[in-house]
Design a protein around this ligand. Structure first.
Ligand code: HEM
Length: 210
């Protein structure tokens, strides 16, 4: 394992595997959140299932580990890339060679992390350790606050930008580099980023006006 996480390629592969895991989590989380549109009863059942199902209880530790791992490896990879490039190339025309999302993964990643701290405090900790008996009310009440909606929607857009590079990068790091796949992977990645950014944002905005 140490060989896998200490080499540059190993770091990229483990980043990619934890990234795949987080992509799956986001899809499940969005699916559960969309039941907010069905009604309070359905969402509370789904949320309760998440909070009590034994398999999901175990998976929560895997999820926490996946997040921490992804963040630590991301920071290490960024530091390593910087160290191997101490002097900026005199004629480095970065904008022409790569896009903004790929050059700023660490920035968008850290901002999404800040959102996560707030999010875990307001939802996860409240539901687990607070006196909440209606998860639906907790969520819909929070989205009555415009500052909250603004912070959340900004975080979802940043997450979308992070994923617009991260999704395709996860695939290319594990070898899906052949030209015949590359375009398809890029397009699915872009579609996925929009789905996540818009899907989560629609929920926050809808319940602000509801
Ligand atoms: C409209 C947007 C969102 C809503 C309404 C929402 C709602 C919730 C709720 C109610 C919980 C507590 C679940 C429980 O323990 O019963 C939760 C947990 C969590 N959320 Fe979100 N969430 C949103 C977006 C996100 C996003 C974009 C991420 C990731 C970047 C995220 C990451 C997490 C994590 C890591 C947990 C703790 C693990 C878990 O309970 O499954 N959430 N969220």
């Amino acid at each position: 394992m140490s060989g896998l996480t200490s080499s540059s390629l190993g770091k990229k592969i483990t980043m990619s595997l934890s990234g795949f895991f987080l992509i799956t989590f986001l899809l499940v989380h969005l699916g559960i959140n969309l039941t907010l549109f069905v009604g309070a009863e359905t969402f509370n059942v789904a949320s309760h299932f998440m909070a009590t199902n034994p398999l999901i209880q175990v998976m929560q530790y895997v999820l926490a580990f996946g997040f921490i791992f992804h963040i630590v490896m991301g920071i290490k990879l960024e530091l390593k890339n910087r160290a191997s490039r101490p002097v900026k190339y005199a004629k480095n025309n970065a904008a022409a060679n790569s896009n903004w999302a790929s050059r700023n993964m660490i920035v968008t990643g850290i901002l999404v992390l800040l959102f996560l701290v707030l999010h875990i405090k307001d939802f996860f900790i409240e539901i687990k350790f607070g006196e909440v008996n209606d998860d639906y009310l907790l969520v819909t009440d929070l989205f009555k606050n415009p500052i909250y909606v603004l912070i959340y929607v900004s975080a979802f857009i940043l997450l979308g930008i992070h994923l617009s590079h991260g999704f395709q990068s996860a695939f290319t790091s594990v070898g899906a580099r052949a030209p015949k796949y590359l375009n398809g992977v890029k397009n699915v990645g872009i579609a996925f980023s929009y789905l996540i950014a818009i899907g989560f944002s629609v929920i926050a905005i809808f319940f602000y006006f509801a």
